[in-house]
Design a protein around this ligand. Sequence first.
Ligand code: IMP
Ligand code: MG
Length: 183
Amino acid sequence: MENLKVLITREQIAARIADMGREITRDSAGEPVIFVGVLKGAAIFLSDLVRSVGLDATFEFIGVASYAMGQNPAEQRLAWDSTGEVRLTKDVDQSLREKNIILVEDILDTGLTLTFLKRLLLGHQPRSFRVATLLDKPLRRKLAIEADYVGFTIPDEFVVGYGLDYAEKYRNLPDICVISNIL
Ligand code: IMP
Ligand code: MG
């Protein structure tokens, strides 16, 4: 049976997001910003982050999937460890040309997803492009890419909750937990 252990509490998450919001507000100094959330994992983080900034902010969602990703946990675990190619499942609904973009990710792991999305979004020729990720697992990085705003740097463990899933489960847990006893 899967086992869950709290790594980051809801209170720690809330406090850190308040800090990130202040940082983003300061850096963007009165400019309008479009937050682009990566489905589905970043939806909960985005909803808290946008309410912590004092800016003229709007948001969009973009969807990606790994080609190796299947429905069952074994395949998902495989996808997590693969060099999996990324594909777009939902594009943004507007042109981002000349806009200030902040891409919002749940977790930066190998860097494959972010590298793919950065290239795609830079193709829109935005005015500025920055990345905010709630979690960062630098030990797993395969491609050299970093976020501008990082909530928490965590060890090489599989985590769930606060938007993050294991086979689509546990996204609604309010705390971020390490899951063990998975394949
Ligand atoms: P990357 O392309 O390897 O950087 O992975 C990014 C995506 O992999 C994230 O947006 C998550 O969907 C997924 N992922 C990576 N690590 C974890 C984890 O620990 N828990 C849940 N999902 C993860
Ligand atoms: Mg996932």
